[in-house]
Ligand binder design. Structure first.
Ligand SMILES: [Zn+2]
Length: 371
């Protein structure tokens, strides 16, 4: 039995439930027989699927929450803190997690880690639907500093054309059969967009994780580094896997082909496996041994990575492709097709405006660049 759904369950049964729950949530008429027929289930199979309907999310480990473990913080408290994170009045206030809870008027009875896990990041918010952004003071300072240094280290367009921007992509597959990319920590829906129907993110039923790199005139294959497609798996790569499955198997041949000076690998500073947290580690050793030129991204800045901005459909969701099953090979095919749809011309254009983007970050005192 594939991980992610119940014993005796099938994607069709899960989709029947998903379809009915969607129609009900929208107040639309529900014709059960027609829905069973559409998914090629008999009446008894259909009703069996419904009676197997999920227990409340939090008691059912098979279904899990979309992201992370169940929170110890109530929904209304979360909302109060989320509002602060979107509030321009607080953009210039230096808040930490405790300060945030206090500003939201909450008793501080949960620890930093819990707040972090629940709210993702304090650094910024970007609405996946309308693009509204809010960048926190301390993060703006960090971004300004990064942009200035990057412009000094790589002042020429040619420097950026040598850059290969890398990232892990986390594809998520919903009960509705659609595919999405898991948003970054600060990418959410703002309060007005959250009220619009159809924009919310349903629970993931499967996930697929791939490493990629892009640059001017360059686009790697998807490197699937995690054999698990469980919805509980966040796709966090280990450093050993990064060294073995990515640096050794994929990046090394590029070095052999073009020579050590032919490109600079840009790595996501927020991912532990890349080795940004310390000077001495396996990943850094690998880079030294093989003469890999690399640089870390600013971190928590989707506007400064082509793999977070521009190249994806709106809201990081594909509306056209609907999967009929969740077999590993089907998931991989869907991800490969989506990746094939990312045009090189778009990437090239993005790379060529990178110096201007950084300049804009400096001029706007660290604010997020719109796209
Ligand atoms: Zn919005």
């Amino acid at each position: 039995m594939p991980a992610g759904y119940k014993h005796g369950d099938t994607p069709a049964k899960a989709m029947v439930r998903g379809t009915i729950s969607y129609l009900e949530s929208q107040g639309l008429p529900v014709n059960k027989s027609a829905i069973f027929r559409h998914f090629e289930l008999s009446r008894s199979q259909g009703y069996a699927a419904l009676s197997a309907s999920p227990k409340p999310k939090r008691e059912d480990p098979e279904w899990g929450e979309t992201r992370g473990r169940p929170s110890k913080i109530s929904d209304s408290d979360q909302q109060k803190m989320e509002e602060i994170l979107w509030d321009d009045k607080f953009e210039d206030v230096s808040l930490n997690w405790n300060g945030l809870a206090k500003a939201a008027g909450l008793e501080m009875n949960c620890n930093r880690r819990t707040l972090h896990r629940t709210l993702g990041t304090l650094a910024y918010r970007r609405c996946l639907a309308c693009g509204r952004t809010h960048t926190h003071k301390r993060h703006r300072e960090k971004r300004c500093d990064y942009a200035r240094k990057a412009l000094m280290a790589y002042p020429l367009l040619e420097d950026w054309r040598r850059m290969r921007f890398s990232a892990e992509l986390h594809f998520a597959f919903g009960l509705d059969g659609k595919m999405r990319l898991t948003p970054r920590a600060g990418e959410k829906l703002c309060s007005s967009c959250a009220q619009q129907p159809g924009l919310d993110w349903p629970r993931d039923i499967r996930r697929l994780h791939a490493w990629v790199a892009v640059g001017h005139g360059f686009k790697s294959e998807l490197v699937f580094y995690d054999s698990s497609t469980s919805p509980k798996d966040s796709g966090t790569m280990s450093m050993a896997d990064y060294c073995d499955k990515v640096l050794d198997k994929v990046v090394k041949p590029w070095l052999t082909a073009g020579g050590p000076g032919s490109f600079i690998l840009e790595e996501d500073a927020d991912v532990f496996a890349h080795g940004s947290a310390s000077k001495v580690n396996l990943a850094q050793q690998w880079k030294d041994t093989h003469g890999l030129r690399c640089t870390f991204s600013c971190g928590e800045s989707p506007d400064l990575s082509p793999l977070d901005s521009l190249v994806w459909p709106a809201g990081k969701q594909w509306t056209s492709a609907v999967l009929t099953d969740w077999q590993d090979e089907t998931l991989r095919r869907a991800a490969r097709e989506a990746w094939a749809g990312v045009g090189q011309d778009k990437i090239d254009m993005w790379v060529d405006v990178m110096p201007q983007r950084l300049q804009q970050v400096v001029e706007s005192e660290g604010r997020m660049v719109a796209w």
